[in-house]
Design a protein around this ligand. Structure first.
Ligand code: DP6
Length: 337
């Protein structure tokens, strides 16, 4: 000790969304979800435990993190420390390889990479399932980023049963997402954590949302098994709109849509009417992610980047599972010297 471990994880975009918790302390979701991990959006995180430190240190994209981000990371590291019995503080540096200034959510890739780096640096090797459970405690969507490709999150009746697992599909090689960034990420949005809680507490449509999710999950998994991109796309688009309908009808309303967001949806619907594979999904922000295939992705990207207010467009294939990219132990440092 201290060992330094660097891990990488990719963000994921939900095809059937996670939107609400049944237990905030354990971070247990109210319903299942289904996602695609994206190769083009990754986070690399390095953790070093150092007994000279009096408190944890967190640097995000080269900048000292805010007290709020540090507090959430420290609380997460406490889970690792209590599991290993190692009380030492850590230095954490994390870097996102996302489209420039995208403002896209990075908590999924961030907590998946942190869970892996923090446990390995503490000398603990978890199974993928254990890692998914741990990552969930940091951020619900992070449980899915432990896996590559498609991943399904289970609700489970206990914390030990609420984990993600990979889902096989013949669509894996040819599915693409075209990520259209709206407004350069400068638009202020409600963080998903607070927004889902507020929606659950105040939207008259929230119960309808909860009833819908198991049906969408079943249909989406059947589409994945059958390799039916069209069926999957329709379910994903409708599911995202239902999530946003619940947020918009919260009181006061949570409205993520910008004029450019609507223009993107219109373009996607128009291109779909012309025969292209294109279905839109959105998360807790104004950006639009278009589900498509390898053949149509370049045409879509070209059309979407010309829409006013779109500041970046990225095509992504399915991404790999979280992995350790580098380990430096004191012994190897000595032998190098
Ligand atoms: C809209 O995973 O960020 O992206 O568990 O509170 O950290 P916490 O929430 P988070 O929520 C993600 C919400 C979403 C949909 C999804 O990814 O399933």
């Amino acid at each position: 000790m201290p060992d330094t471990v660097t891990a990488r994880a990719c963000a994921n975009i939900a095809l059937v969304k996670y939107w609400g918790k049944r237990d905030a302390l354990q971070n247990l979701p109210s319903a299942g979800s289904l996602s695609l991990t994206l190769a083009a959006l990754s986070t690399e995180t390095t953790v070093t435990y150092d007994d000279a430190l009096e408190h944890d240190i967190l640097e995000l994209d080269g900048v000292v993190a805010s007290p709020a981000d540090l507090g959430r990371t420290s609380a997460f590291l406490d889970l690792v420390r209590s599991a290993t019995g190692v009380g030492i503080r850590a230095r954490v540096t994390s870097r996102n390889e996302f489209p420039t200034a995208s403002g896209l959510a990075s908590s999924a890739s961030g907590y998946a990479a942190l869970a892996l780096a923090a446990t390995r640096a503490a000398g603990l090797t978890l199974t993928e399932r254990q890692l998914s459970i741990l990552a969930r405690r940091g951020s619900g969507s992070a449980a899915r980023s432990v896996f590559g490709g498609f991943a399904r999150m289970r609700t489970g009746s206990t914390s030990e049963e609420a984990y993600a697992e990979p889902v096989a599909s013949p669509l894996l090689d040819r599915i693409r997402m075209v990520v259209a960034v709206v407004g350069g990420g400068t638009t202020k949005t409600h963080a998903s954590r607070d927004a889902m809680e507020h929606t659950a507490a105040t939207s008259p449509f929230y119960n309808a949302w909860l009833e819908l999710v198991p049906r969408d999950l079943e249909a989406a998994e059947a589409a994945l098994a059958a390799g039916d991109l069209e069926a999957l796309g329709h379910i994903a688009e409708a599911n995202a709109l239902a999530m946003h309908a619940s947020a918009m009808t919260a009181r006061p309303a949570i409205f993520y849509w910008q004029p450019t967001t609507l223009a993107l949806h219109n373009e996607v619907r128009g291109l779909r009417a012309c025969g292209l594979a294109a279905w839109a999904t959105m998360d807790a922000g104004p950006h639009v992610k278009v589900i498509t295939n390898d053949e149509d992705a370049p045409t879509l990207a070209m059309r979407l980047k010309d829409i006013e207010g779109v500041t970046a467009v990225t095509i992504s294939a399915a991404g790999p599972p979280a992995s350790v990219v580098d380990t430096v132990s004191p012994i190897s440092i000595v032998s190098l010297g």
